[in-house]
Structures are given as C-alpha cells and as structure tokens.
Design a protein around this ligand. Structure first.
Ligand code: UTP
Length: 445
C-alpha cells in the first residue's frame, strides 16, 4: 500500500492518494485495484505533453496521396479469391472484431453489436456477422477462429448476449472473447477523476487491440492454431465482407507488406473518414479532423480528389506484424470531453491505424463502397441504421439481378447471410422457395 501511495504522490496525484487512505475494506481494495491497473508515470508524462502543446500538429509537411486500384477490376482478382479460399480452408485465417467502443453517437444503451438496425429479420449486427462468417467457414470446409475484443464496460453484456443466443450457431470453441485495457480520464488540471470511489476508467482506444490480443493470450492461441493472417474489422460496418477471400489472397500472393487495408474512393472532400497517405514516405492514415483544408480540397487535373483513399477500418495483418505490434508504442490522441459532470476532461486513446507507420509497409486494396461500407455511427442522418438498411436492401437486390432472378423491382431485399455470403448461389428456384423465409422484401423509406 505505501508503495501505491508513493507512486501516486510522485505522479502528482496527492488527492487520489488521500482518497485511497480515507477508505477501508472492499471500497479501498476496489479503488486500489483500479489504481494498480494504470501506469501513473505515463499518465503524468501524457498530461504534461498534451496540455503544453499549443495546437496538436498531427500531419507532417511531407504528405503524399497513396495510390490504390479497385481490386475487382484487376485480372488477378479470381486468382486472389481462390488463393484466399485455400488459406481459409487450411485454417490459416482468423477474424478479429474490435468491439470495445462506447458507441456514444448512436446512443444505444448496450454493446453496439447487439443493436438491431431494423432490417425485416431484426437480426443484430453480431448475428449478421456470425452468420456470414459461418457461411464462409462452411464453404471453405474449415472453422474460422473469431476473436472478439470487448472493454471492461461491455464485456459481460457482450458475452451474455452471445450465450443467450447460443453463439448464433458458431462453435463456442472457435470464439475467444477478451477485454481491452482502460486509461484514466483526467480533470482539466491533470488530476485523476474519481466517481463513487472508483477511478473514471475509459477504454484505451481501438489501438489497444494489439496489446490486448497479446496480453489476453489470444495471439498465442492463434499462433498455436497455425493462423497466419488476421482480418481485423469494426463492429458497425453493416456491409463488412468478413474474411473476404480475395483480400486475403491478394496479400498472401502479391504483398511483401505486413498488412493490407481496404480503401474506398471518398464520397467528397467533406466525408468524415480518415484518408490513407504517405507521411515522410511511410503509409498511414490521417484523421479527417487532422487533414488541413488545402489537402482536403486538393484536386487532380481531371477534377478528382487528390487525397481520395478513404479508410473503412478493414485491415489484414500477417501474424508476424501482430507479433511486432504487441510491444510497440502507438501514439496517444486526446479528446476534451465531459466526464462525470466535469467539463473539458482529458481522454486519451490510441488508434489502430497508427500501426501502419510502425510496420512500414501496407498494401491498399480498393473496394466499391456500395458493396462493402455502410457504417452505423449515428442514430439519424448520415451513417445511420436507415442508411445501412437501404444500402443492404439495394445491394442484395443487385445480387438477385446479377443472378437473373425475377423479383419485384419496387422492393428492397434482405438475403440472409446463412444462404449467401456475397451474392453467390442465388437462383430463381432458391428465391421462390426462400422468399418470406431467408429472403425478405421490404420498402425503401
Ligand atoms: P468508433 O471510432 O466509431 O468509436 O469505433 P465508438 O466508441 O464505437 O463510437 P462513438 O465514437 O462513441 O460514437 C470504431 C471501432 O473501434 C472500436 C469500436 O467498437 C468500433 O468497432 N473501438 C473503439 C474499440 O474496440 N475500442 C475503443 O476503445 C474504441
């Protein structure tokens, strides 16, 4: 205990030390556990660094666009797809879902993956993902290990939801849940915030995933299974083609890179997505809020945006890359937010895309937005459940059209991932049999 007090005093947290000493019994034990989970020297240094920086300059002067091509137009696409299917069939690929976020913009009270985006089936995001992954696993003839990162704030609710739904038919032994780390929010003066005798701990950002993967033993679990490629994705992209074989095959056969990332053409200069760029020659992502206006609006001779490669948070890592990242230090980003009623508190988080400059190489893989990207971020308006429903309905209707199926053109369709992973296997007899069961028609809103 005296050591804890000394650590706090040295870190300028005398008030917290005094609070701890004023407690006894279980309350004292609980607060001490919170305190011991934190690196106080690092917090002190972080506060000193961030509070003295006049304006965060996250963009280097040497910023160049990162060229990319739409993969499906490449003659090697079918070869990549077959290669990926072979690797999946050999059990060399795993899925990694980062689901530790708080989803505050959506305003849903619970883990975002439990959210029902209002499709006719009323399946949750978790269920849609589980079914899609299971369909692919069945097609390639091998289970796909699925790592699910939660945070201490939503771990129990996530695991309970999966348990209540019998893991949506996914074999329990192929799923591994683990928690990401947390970091203490600080007051405007740099003091630890205490709420009901507990520290105000918040998830340490999706960049905490590399540390958490290793510390939870999940990286070792994957290595033990012979996994060589890990497909990392966010919980809220309703169109994510999880473990897309072509993406895997492309990195495996073409890439000397440690990782690959899916890229879309930006919808316009003001779209709120980060962009892929080369900073001092190294691949990375610049957040939309950090991109200076002159770069944001810059155009090429043909009028297209120069910094056009939108990050949709779908990445593929070679296992060697993840090994390297388990110990590398990613930078901390800050946000000033209200915490426990105190305005302008300091919240720190790490972003997973800061891994790319550390790895030094990254292979961009261009995809078509309408086929692969529909994030559910806000309750209404852009990137909302409504836009996701419409995009799914239109995409699945397109799948039917490509399969020469006759259907009611005035409707949108939801095709269950249990019967098609990405539009394959659809035909008239299946449509006639499944309409009203695994294929549901609905109206555009
Ligand atoms: P977002 O940046 O959209 O953050 O996360 P969020 O917390 O989900 O939502 P808002 O900003 O509060 O509305 C992108 C992905 O990163 C995960 C999220 O769960 C989502 O899949 N994430 C985010 C984590 O796993 N951990 C974190 O600490 C933050």
């Amino acid at each position: 205990m005296s050591n804890t007090i000394e650590v706090l005093n040295n870190a300028g947290q005398q008030e917290l030390a005094a609070r701890l000493e004023s407690l006894s019994g279980d309350a004292r034990k609980a607060l001490e556990r919170d305190i011991l989970s934190q690196d106080w020297e690092e917090l002190k240094a972080l506060y000193a660094e961030k509070s003295s920086a006049s304006l965060e300059d996250n963009v280097s002067a040497d910023l160049k666009p990162m060229p990319f091509k739409i993969a499906v137009d490449d003659l090697r696409y079918d070869f990549w797809k077959e290669t990926g299917e072979i690797l999946l069939g050999k059990g060399q690929v795993a899925a990694f879902l980062v689901a530790g976020g708080q989803g505050s913009r959506l305003g849903f009270d619970g883990p975002k993956g439990m959210f029902d985006i209002g499709l006719p089936s009323h399946k949750s995001l978790f269920q849609l993902q589980a079914e899609r992954l299971q369909n692919l696993a069945t097609q390639v003839g091998n289970p796909i290990p699925w790592c699910i990162m939660t945070s201490p704030l939503n771990h129990e609710a996530t695991v309970n939801f999966f348990t209540e739904h019998n893991f949506f038919g996914y074999a329990r032994e192929n799923i591994r849940f683990f928690e990401q780390g947390t970091i203490c929010a600080l007051s405007p003066e740099g003091k630890a915030i205490v709420d009901n005798d507990r520290l105000a701990l918040v998830p340490d950002g999706n960049g905490g995933c590399f540390r958490a993967l290793a510390q939870s033993g999940t990286l070792a679990w994957l290595i033990e299974k012979g996994v060589r490629y890990v497909f990392l994705y966010s919980v809220d992209n309703a169109l994510c083609r999880i473990c897309d074989p072509a993406f895997i095959g492309a990195l495996a056969s073409e890439g000397r890179s440690m990782s690959a990332s899916k890229v879309v053409h930006k919808a316009g200069p003001n779209e709120k997505v980060g962009i892929f760029a080369l900073q001092n020659g190294k691949p990375g992502v610049v957040e939309y809020s950090d991109l200076p206006e002159n770069y944001r609006d810059m155009t090429n001779a043909d009028g297209s945006l120069t910094f056009d490669g939108g990050n949709i948070a779908i990445h593929l890592f070679k296992i060697e890359g993840l090994r390297k990242l388990q110990t590398s230090k990613l930078p901390w980003h800050t946000a000033r937010k209200t915490v426990c009623g105190i305005e302008k508190c300091w919240k720190f988080e790490q972003f997973l895309f800061d891994a790319f400059p550390q790895l030094g190489t990254m292979m961009p893989f261009g995809v078509i937005r309408e086929e692969e990207f529909s994030p559910v971020k806000n309750a209404d308006g852009n990137d909302s459940p409504k836009t996701a429903r419409t995009m799914i309905g239109k995409l699945h209707r397109e799948w039917l059209r490509k399969a020469h199926v006759k259907f009611d053109e005035s409707k949108l369709y939801e095709i269950s991932p249990t019967i098609s992973y990405a539009g394959e296997g659809l035909k008239q007899s299946l449509f006639d049999r499944e309409l009203g069961r695994n294929i549901l028609a609905f109206d555009e809103e």
